[in-house]
Design a protein around this ligand. Structure first.
Ligand code: HEC
Length: 196
């Protein structure tokens, strides 16, 4: 008899716990999504932009150059060359910003060839130092810009090959001439305007 009561008690407890678990699992599935954090949005944007950039460099610029067809040129608008990697990013970033959806993508560097890419805010100056010390993690913060609250993420931009380093090292406007493959050359800055 004692065994029966014990068995009944254990069985009831087990059934209740299982019921609870099934119920909570089912209710999780029906939860509506609460929105994606800006950290994750920045991760998505960074991975897509970086993939497009790598594809453009290896499958378009490098192939065109190897076939002797057309070369990448800084003054592409005037001389009919193809835009450089940084210029593609700049142009697409400008078009995206024009849509006024509250997002910007830029390249910045402490050793920028183009002076407009040098750091101008406290976040950018600190971030460039942080990603130099810790290139595997983006530097992120929520700051303000005028009246808007913004989320910013700065990702290390590394010389994927010696070709990146060589082109920067010989450019007349480059303040640094000893980049090597693998070095952090600057950062990709992603800015997302947060809802007010
Ligand atoms: C053929 C030459 C060339 C190659 C190859 C090249 N760059 Fe650049 N890069 C430039 C020029 C020129 C600019 C400035 C463009 C402008 O005026 O906006 C630039 C801009 C940049 C910037 C923004 C800061 C700045 O200097 O203005 C970063 C960061 C950068 N490049 C990183 C890289 C990385 C990483 C690679 C390789 C994956 C690479 N570059 C390959 C020529 C090159």
């Amino acid at each position: 008899m004692k065994g029966l009561w014990l068995g009944l008690a254990v069985g009831t407890t087990f059934t209740c716990l299982l019921g609870q678990w099934v119920f909570s699992a089912a209710s999780k599935e029906t939860d509506s999504p609460k929105g994606i954090s800006p950290e994750i949005v920045a991760e998505y944007v960074h991975s897509v932009v970086q993939a497009d950039r790598t594809f453009y460099q290896t499958e378009i610029l490098d192939r065109m150059r190897q076939k002797g067809m057309v070369f990448a040129s800084e003054h592409w608008r005037a001389d009919g060359g193809l835009p450089l990697h940084a210029q593609i990013l700049q142009e697409s970033g400008r078009l995206a910003a024009e849509q006024r959806k509250g997002m910007r993508v830029q390249l910045i560097s402490s050793w920028a060839i183009n002076k407009a890419h040098r750091p101008t805010t406290e976040f950018e100056r600190t971030g460039l130092l942080k990603i130099l010390a810790n290139p595997d993690r983006p530097y992120t913060a929520v700051t303000t810009e005028g009246k808007a609250r913004i989320f910013q993420a700065l990702y290390a931009d590394k010389a994927a090959s010696q070709y990146c380093a060589d082109c920067h090292n010989v450019h007349p406007n480059s303040p640094k001439r000893d980049f090597k493959a693998g070095d952090v050359m600057g950062g990709m800055l992603i800015t997302i305007v947060l809802p007010q």
